[in-house]
Structures are given as structure tokens and as C-alpha cells.
Design a protein around this ligand. Structure first.
Ligand code: 3H9
Length: 716
């Protein structure tokens, strides 16, 4: 709702009240309509200030209401009514003015903000556009070019930038409401015509069409199939070329299309998923609300390869001091050059609240004895990691948290060689660790709530989306990736080319298909893991069945040919040279695939993109259902957040589990049964029990799956 008070000097103060972000719910909109009317009618009131409770102006439309019928007064006429008021209205912006919140402020005649406030029109990130006049008023205020940038990216901007762009009239380091009240008294009685943005012309560059065409082309390329950014450009074209009223009609029509699209639902689900995963819980009942983590001020990282270096930077950016240990002298020398440069670059890109912490380089494990938390990031080899953990257990105090950056090894085995297994958790970062948003926090059976809470809090401090997951081979992300990669290889055996597989996946919205991605990461990573698992290497039978299931030796043979991906200039594609980035089709690969098929008596067939998508994506999704059933992820939102933030799953498709719901669980089940029938030697294609149970239960929406998962556990 909104409260009304009359301040000395004839100023009416309207305060939005809807914690935590004063979103514009039906009750708040009704409150604004009523209080603005009251201010208008009160002859003693000469001016109005609108602010938000608890130092937050407004976080925009109430996203929770989008799922239900539209109730209460609509935003557009409400904002029009404010703009039309003949007493000056000032928005006093503290905290945030986002989406509908900024649109409300744009309907006011003046805008004053606190210097720490953030402003923006992030609707595009929710699959929408700013449809309360934002696409029409903002370009009239700051010009088409700047509005295109803000609205198509949805980025939040600082008060300083908003002042420079002309969105704000004043910025203050002290109380924005007090300043707004003083200010509005000083402008009472002055003409308001030039302050009504809807009446202004939109400032445009002379070559407006070519600008709009250029931006549209960029947006289409960047958005990988997302509809909202394209609609934003269309709405801004209307602002630049049509009168205001017609522009508003265009905005409304585009919004109606977006609002009812599956993409908007997916993106709003992704918004809430990101928040759900922060509220972790363990099977023991310990959770984010009843567990306290430690505040870490000094940490250490062991192993300064690519991952270790990124982790050092991510930790130092939080302001904590970091001991960076590497026992190989050459690697240490390289890292002590590279890491400070990485830190400086990254600190320059962000506006840090505290200066970066001090990094001390060392070749001696003994130097970590004083730290509160250690992250081991040595080579992915159990024997080596066990050796490091044993060493750490003898060097560190009994209260030190010991974490591993393993991407899939058994955390419990590592915990077993320490003195305090309860203080051992996995912290699985994604490369580059100082940039990628995802962190899997791996909870072993003995990890204490305190250890999990500490890792989750540390993830948050590093700006990560941290997801608590269970301890199983590959955890959640890599475990699901395995059947996906496996299907991609089988498709090559059956007749597809790497380009065909990659194109189908990129068309779906992945930034890179599986083979281009593997070339980028290095093909030797998986090769080493398969050798460790006894799947390939000297003495292993070179057949297409290994350890009792279908196996494709294709990637092993590519590695054996010295083709390790971009780093060697050759992999599934060819590059300009070692380290080259542009993938080109390689005749060697086609000859190699033909020879391979001939050797194994395989007849190549033409494979449609639909089959490529079904085989790769449904195998991955099926494993997601197994993970849910085994409680290795607390809910579908956790899996979806992992895939959106760590594996390039297109955000406008919500995540793999949400996508399964959109496709229809019955359809996913039917296609898995079909492919499993054709490939009975591929266990990953056998539909999960949970999927069958959900379909039998009427294919409930993703938010209801937990009921079925819990039922499953009671019965198992
Ligand atoms: C829009 O405005 C459309 C219009 O143009 C046109 C309409 C016609 N609604 O993120 P936090 C909840 S679209 C409902 O953890 P922070 C959030 O779920 C909207 N709920 O805090 C969480 O709930 P819980 C455009 C919302 O301090 C709690 O608030 N606006 C909304 O890290 C705290 O959130 C946006 O896109 C909302 N609008 O960050 C802004 N916003 O505690 C979306 C938040 O139960 N919001 N909640 O988990 C944000 O970006 C961040 O929440 C914000 C605060 C920066 C505001």
C-alpha cells in the first residue's frame, strides 16, 4: 500500500510500503492512486514527494502477481495521472528504482536520488519490456541511443551515471527524501509542461534508421533466440518514429505478445530460482535459516593452475588476504606474474566496496597453517588430492575448513583422511573462476551445517550463485553433462558431423555446441578422467562396449592423434594455430569419421536436428530426474540454476528441468522410451522412475515436483 502525510510547507509525502522492495502490487497501485488524488484535492498541498519505505524506492511491478489475473488499477493510467498533476511531483529515490519503479519516477516531474541508488529497466531480463511507458518516456528524456543501451541490456546503473545521462535532476550523499522535500518546495508554482516527458520529442541521431537496424542486428546475434530484446528495439523504433500515443499502443501490443510467451515464464522462473537456491537445506534439517557460517578473513588456495589462479582472484576481490601455494617452481613463477595482473584487471572492471586483499605466494604448504579456510585446486587426481588433504590435516589447525575444487571426485573420501571430516566441503568453481557465476557447494555426508553455511556465504561474498548439492560422481552439473556428451559422440558414430550437432545446439540457444565447447576446454581433460576410470588406455579392449555399456572411443582416438582442441590448433575442428579461436570444419575429421564407421561396420544415416536435440537434451534431463530422486539436488530450481549459470543453458528456456515441463513431461518420456528402444545398450536413455511417476501423476508444474520427489523417497 502507500501512506500519505502532509509535511510542513504544504508538501504531501507519499510512501510506498510493500517490503522488501516496495514492488508495485495491486494494493500499492491502489494506494498510489488514492494518495495522489488526495494530494490533488487538498488545497493546502502545493507539491508532492513520492518515496519508498525502508530506504528502497521501488523494485518495479510485483513479479509474483504475473502468474495470476490482473487486479487493481493498471500502471499506465496511474503514471499518466501523476504526470498530469498540476502540482510538482518529485520521486525521492533511495536504494533502487527498477522497472516499473523507474517508470513511476519517469512519470514524476523531477527525480532526486541518493548516490548509492541503482536505477534501470531490467524487464528484458524477465522476458518483458518496460510497458508502463518506459520505452516511450526514457528515450524522450535521454535520447534514443542511450535508451537503446539501457533497455535492451536491462543493466542497472549508478546514480552518478543516471545523473550524467539526464535521468536524475540531483544526487545527494545524504537523505534523498529530505532533499526532495526541500527541492519541491522551491519549484512549487513553476510551469510543468517541459517536465512532462510524454509531451517531448525523442532526441535521435540523423541516421535513425541505420542506428536502429544496426542495434537490431547486434541484439538478434547476442540474444540467441530470446524475443524480449528484439521487442525492446521495436518499441524504441516506435518511440523514435511515432507520436507518443501510437508509441504507447505499440508498447502495449509488444508486451501482450511477450507476456504470454513461454520465454517470459521461463525467465521469471529463472529469477526466482536464483533466489530459491540461496535458501539451502540439508536432509538433516539444517538450513540457511538455522545455521551460522563463519566470516573468513584469511584463506589459502593450493595449486595455481588455471582454476587455482581464478579462485585466488575471486577470493582476493572480496577483500580477504590469500596465501597462494604452488609447489612447482615454474608454475609458481608464472602465477605470481599472472595473478596480480588478473586481479588488477578484474578490480578495475568492478566498483569494489573494499580494496582487494593481499596475496602472498608460496611454494611451501606449511605457510597455510594460519588460515581459516583452504581451497585445494590441484590436478583432478584422487591420489594427489588425498596426499594434499593428509598434508593439510597435519599443517592446519583443527578448526580450519578444508575445501576441494574437485569437479566430481568423492568428497567423503577426502574428508576421511582429515582430523575434522565435518569441516570438509566441496567448492566446485567453473572456469574462469573469477568470472563464472556458478559455485557448486558439495555437502558430503559428514559436512557440518557450519561448514556448508560458511561455503555458501563465501560464495555470496564472491558474487556467485551458490548451489548446495550432494556428493555423487560428477555432483549435479558434470553428472548430467556425461550422458549429453555421450549422446553427441554416438550421433557422430551414426552419421552426424560435429558441425551438425553444434549447429542444432546453438540454434537451441547454447553459446557453443558440445564439440566447439570441448575444443575450448581441452579434449585431454575428459581423456584423463576416462583413463582413470579404466575406460581407455593401454590394455583396454578397443571395442564399442566397455564396462557393460555402449562406449564411443571416438574422443579418445582424436586425442591419441595429438588433437587436444584449441590449445593444439586441432581438435573436432581446425584453428589458425595453437590457441586459435575460430573453428573451421576439418577434412581430417570427416575422413577419420568415415574410416571409423567403416572399421566398425556402421552405416552413416542422415540425422535431423530434432533427433540431435532430443538425444542430447533428454538424456541430460533424464539424469536430472535421477538426481532429484536421489536427493542430490534439493529441487528442480537447483538443477536449472546450475545449468543456466554454469553450463550456458539459454536463460530464456529456464533450465533443463523447466524446459522438460514446457515440452511436456509425457512427450519427454515418450521420446526417451523411443530412443531407449532403439539403443537398449545406453542406460542413460532409460526413463527415470521419477519422470514416470510425474507423468502418472498428471505432469504437474515444476513447482509441484517436490511433492512427488518426497513421496518417492518415502516409498524407496
Ligand atoms: C516490471 O516492472 C514490469 C513493468 O515495466 C511493466 C508492467 C506493466 N516483485 O533479489 P533479492 C523479491 S517487471 C516481486 O534477494 P537484493 C525477491 O524475490 C519488474 N518480488 O534482494 C526476494 O524474495 P524472497 C522489474 C520481488 O537486495 C526479495 O524480494 N523489476 C521483486 O539482492 C529480495 O530480493 C526487476 O526486474 C519484484 N519486482 O536485490 C527488479 N524484486 O526474499 C527485480 C525482488 O522471498 N529485483 N523481489 O526470496 C531485483 O533485481 C532485486 O530483487 C533487487 C534487490 C535489486 C531489487
Amino acid at each position: 500500500m502507500a501512506t500519505y502525510s502532509r509535511l510542513p510547507g504544504s508538501v504531501a509525502l507519499i510512501t510506498l510500503q510493500n517490503p522488501p522492495v516496495n514492488a508495485l502490487s495491486a494494493a500499492v497501485r491502489q494506494g498510489i492512486v488514492d494518495t495522489v488524488q488526495r494530494a490533488l484535492k487538498d488545497p493546502k498541498v502545493t507539491s508532492v514527494v513520492i518515496c519508498g519505505q525502508n530506504g528502497r524506492f521501488c523494485g518495479g511491478a510485483d513479479i509474483r502477481e504475473f502468474a495470476g489475473p490482473m487486479l487493481g488499477p493498471p500502471l499506465v493510467p496511474m503514471i499518466h495521472a501523476i504526470e498530469a498533476v498540476d502540482k510538482p511531483v518529485v520521486a525521492a529515490i533511495e536504494g533502487v528504482a527498477l522497472g516499473g519503479g523507474l517508470e513511476l519516477a519517469l512519470g514524476c516531474h523531477y527525480r532526486i536520488a541518493h548516490s548509492k541508488a541503482l536505477l534501470g529497466l531490467p524487464e528484458v531480463t524477465l522476458g518483458l519490456l518496460p510497458a508502463a511507458g518506459g520505452t516511450q518516456r526514457l528515450p524522450r528524456l535521454i535520447g534514443l541511443t542511450a535508451a537503446l543501451d539501457l533497455i535492451t541490456t536491462g543493466r542497472h546503473i549508478s546514480a552518478a551515471e543516471a545523473l550524467k545521462l539526464g535521468i536524475l535532476d540531483q544526487v545527494t550523499d545524504s537523505n534523498a527524501v529530505d532533499l526532495a522535500v526541500d527541492f519541491v518546495r522551491s519549484v512549487a508554482g513553476q510551469p510543468l509542461d517541459s517536465r512532462r516527458l510524454s509531451t517531448l520529442a525523442c532526441p535521435c541521431p540523423p541516421d535513425v534508421d541505420s542506428l536502429l537496424d544496426k542495434v537490431m542486428a547486434q541484439v538478434r546475434q547476442r540474444s540467441r533466440g530470446a524475443l524480449a530484446p528484439v521487442a525492446c528495439v521495436q518499441a524504441l523504433r516506435a518511440a523514435a518514429t511515432l507520436p507518443y500515443t501510437q508509441g504507447m499502443e505499440k508498447e502495449r501490443d509488444l508486451m501482450a505478445t511477450l507476456f504470454n510467451s513461454g520465454q517470459a515464464r521461463a525467465l521469471q522462473y529463472a529469477f526466482f530460482s536464483q533466489r530459491v537456491v540461496g535458501k539451502w537445506s540439508l536432509p538433516s534439517g539444517a538450513n540457511w535459516n538455522n545455521s551460522t557460517g563463519r566470516t573468513i578473513s584469511k584463506a589459502a588456495v593450493i595449486g595455481l593452475g588455471t582454476m587455482g589462479r581464478g579462485i585466488v582472484v575471486a577470493l582476493a576481490l572480496t577483500g580477504m588476504s590469500v596465501v597462494a601455494v604452488e609447489t612447482q617452481e615454474k608454475q609458481l613463477a608464472e602465477a605470481s606474474q599472472a595473478v596480480p595482473a588478473m586481479l588488477q584487471r578484474e578490480a578495475g572492471r568492478r566498483s569494489l566496496a573494499t580494496p582487494p586483499g593481499v596475496i602472498t605466494f608460496s611454494s611451501n604448504l606449511q605457510d597455510v597453517s594460519e588460515v581459516e579456510l583452504v581451497i585445494e585446486a590441484v590436478f583432478e587426481n584422487m591420489a594427489l588430492k588425498l596426499q594434499v588433504f593428509r598434508h593439510l590435516a597435519s599443517v592446519c589447525g583443527p578448526g580450519t575448513l578444508l575445501c576441494s575444487n574437485t569437479s566430481g571426485l568423492d568428497m567423503d573420501q577426502l574428508a576421511a583422511v582429515t582430523k575434522s571430516p565435518a569441516l570438509v566441503v566441496g567448492m566446485h568453481f567453473f572456469a574462469p573462476a573469477h568470472v563464472m557465476k556458478l559455485l557448486e557447494v558439495v555437502c558430503g555426508p559428514r559436512s557440518s551445517p557450519e561448514a556448508v553455511a560458511t561455503a555458501m556465504q563465501l560464495g555470496k561474498r564472491m558474487g556467485k550463485v551458490s548451489v548446495a548439492v550432494g556428493n555423487c560422481p560428477g555432483f549435479v552439473g558434470n553428472r548430467m553433462l556425461k550422458p549429453y556428451l555421450e549422446q553427441a559422440n554416438f550421433l557422430l558414430e551414426e552419421g552426424a558431423t560435429p558441425q551438425q550437432v553444434d549447429e542444432a545446439l546453438e540454434e537451441f540457444g547454447f553459446p557453443m555446441g558440445v564439440f566447439r565447447m570441448s575444443d575450448l576446454s581441452g579434449l585431454d581433460v575428459g581423456w584423463r578422467i576416462r583413463k582413470e576410470a579404466g575406460l581407455t588406455g593401454p590394455g583396454v579392449e578397443p571395442s564399442r562396449t566397455r564396462q557393460g555399456r555402449r562406449y564411443s572411443p571416438l574422443p579418445d582416438q582424436v586425442c591419441e592423434a595429438g588433437r587436444l582442441g584449441q590449445k593444439t590448433g586441432r581438435g573436432w575442428y581446425q584453428y589458425d594455430g595453437p590457441g586459435g579461436r575460430v573453428a573451421r570444419s576439418d577434412p581430417w575429421v570427416h575422413i577419420f569419421l568415415e574410416a571409423y564407421r567403416a572399421q566398425h561396420g556402421l552405416v552413416a544415416r542422415s540425422i535431423a536436428p530434432e533427433e540431435i536435440l532430443e538425444r542430447c537434451l533428454y538424456a541430460l534431463i533424464n539424469e536430472g530426474f535421477n538426481i532429484l530422486q536421489e536427493a542430490m539436488a534439493a529441487g528442480p530450481e537447483h538443477i536449472d540454476a546450475i545449468y543456466v549459470f554454469g553450463y550456458g543453458w539459454p536463460r530464456h528456456r529456464g533450465g533443463p528441468m523447466f524446459h522438460a515441463g514446457q515440452v511436456g513431461l509425457g512427450r519427454v518420456l515418450e521420446r526417451l522410451e523411443h530412443h531407449h528402444h532403439n539403443h537398449p545398450d545406453v542406460p542413460h536413455l532409460e526413463p527415470s522412475t521419477l519422470l514416470r511417476r510425474l507423468v502418472a501423476g498428471g505432469s504437474p508444474p515444476v513447482q509441484k515436483w517436490r511433492e512427488f520427489i518426497n513421496k518417492d523417497r518415502v516409498h524407496s
